[in-house]
Ligand binder design. Structure first.
Ligand code: F3S
Length: 429
């Protein structure tokens, strides 16, 4: 790989052994990707605080320096970890401390995570503790090269913001945070950002709501896999929540990291531009029967109408989503046997509190929780057998993670299930 003088200095240890180990990792990674050079970046979203038994053992052996070296730099060296070289944020946590006492979660893991948060905060990691850093101030500019993890955030950064990131891992983001470099390959290069699959939306599919944008995303991911769907046709104008849901779903049913909606997303203003003047590899139609199929797929794990648990806010909810949930719950009470959680970034919880939304949700018996989610913490309220959600991603993953049934529907249908204890969505049992 071609290296600048600055990169050679870092590789050769001029900035200490931790930075040299980070460069070593990036060079190995870059060669595996076939990259010819490294990109300069100044925006890293990674994870350092997630507790695990391996991490606990490493911390016991050599403190957080050792844990970072092994897990975030793939190095067995013994060295101190310096401050982050470029702005770096921690994505979602493994557990939110405000769920203490609500779900069983190992005390040691809670302590380990709190310790990690303090250690990395001191080294300049912004503890955003959310899968949606773009909702709480980490907004890369159009064309900016980044190193982000978390599939729902990566697809948002590439597609909605027009920034450039691959779906990085724990080690590559660790190395990027100490160097401000990442291999210049994949989504960093113009030629790899073109559309591949054209999906034309039939007006009769009625894509004009949060629910429907999630289902269209789920369809697009199933079609495109790891390629780049281009959406055209007749649909309502999506807002940022709709696009957040669309992307998270496309990255769940497939591995989509980038899509284009000409006229909506910023990188390709026309279909021709989206495909770079080439013909699409494949064209697909999304009409009422395709919509029905997606809806049935996302509800196929549901059998019992008795809902124990409602989960909203995956990816983490915006303030507006919290407001809508509060409006749907205002003056009502949850069924005695049902819990409702809405997951939010910790920075937005304050706004929800001050706007009065948290009080409305809490008065009804629900909870506004931060930092994590049931899929990350692998926990739900004790005794949960059937859950309902407005998130295609959570409907896809949580049944497999927790062995529970799932219903997928609108936010209002989920709130209705929390109040009545019964599922009464489009597909009634
Ligand atoms: Fe976020 Fe958890 Fe969903 S981390 S994207 S709320 S699975």
């Amino acid at each position: 790989m071609l290296l600048t003088d600055d990169e050679k200095r870092m590789r050769d240890g001029a900035e200490g052994p931790a930075v040299a180990a980070a460069m070593d990792l990036l060079l190995r990674y870059g060669r595996a990707l076939g990259a010819e050079r490294l990109c300069d970046i100044r925006n890293v979203a990674g994870t350092m605080t997630q507790p695990s038994p391996v991490k606990a053992a490493l911390v016991k052996e050599g403190g957080w320096d050792k844990a970072f070296a092994v897990i975030n730099l793939d190095s067995d060296g013994d060295f101190a970890i310096p401050d982050m070289r470029v702005p770096t944020c921690q994505l979602q946590h493994g557990f939110g401390s405000d769920a203490l006492g609500i779900v069983p979660y190992p005390k040691q893991s809670i302590e380990l995570q709190a310790d990690a948060e303090a250690f990395y905060g001191r080294r300049g990691v912004n503890i955003l503790a959310t899968c949606t850093p773009y909702q709480v101030g980490n907004l890369p500019t159009f064309g900016e090269h980044c190193a982000w993890m978390e599939s729902s955030a990566v697809i948002y950064a590439n597609s909605v913001l027009g920034a450039r990131t691959n779906c990085e891992g724990i080690a590559s983001t660790g190395a990027a945070s100490l160097t401000g470099k990442v291999p210049c390959a994949g989504n960093h290069q113009d030629e790899n950002r073109r559309g591949t699959h054209l999906i034309e939306v039939d007006p009769r599919a009625g894509v004009d709501s949060f629910l429907d944008w999630g289902m269209l995303g789920y369809f697009a991911g199933g079609i495109a896999g790891e390629d780049h769907p281009v959406i055209t046709g007749d649909f309502g104008r999506p807002d940022v929540n709709d696009l957040k849901h669309f992307g998270a779903a496309a990255a769940t049913s497939g591995g989509v990291e980038l899509y284009h909606i000409p006229g909506i997303t910023p990188e390709a203003l026309t279909i021709e531009a989206a495909f770079g003047g080439a013909a699409p590899a494949d064209s697909y139609w999304y009409g009422p029967s395709q919509r029905r199929h997606v809806y049935q797929t996302l509800n196929e794990i549901g059998a019992s109408p008795d809902v124990d648990f409602v989960l909203l806010g995956c990816p983490h909810a915006s303030v507006d989503q919290v407001r809508r949930t509060a409006a749907a719950l205002d003056g009502r009470s949850l069924s005695a046997d049902t819990e409702l959680w809405i997951m939010v970034p910790r920075a937005l919880r304050e706004i929800a509190d001050r706007s009065g939304y948290t009080a409305v949700i809490t008065r009804a018996g629900g909870r506004v929780l931060t930092d994590s989610c049931p899929a990350m913490s692998r926990t739900a309220p004790a005794g949960t057998r059937v859950f309902a959600t407005d998130s295609a991603k959570q409907a896809h993953y949580l049944p497999a993670i927790l062995g529970i049934e799932a219903w997928f529907g609108t936010t209002e249908e989920c709130v209705d299930a929390a109040v009545t204890g019964r599922w009464r969505g489009e597909l009634r049992p």
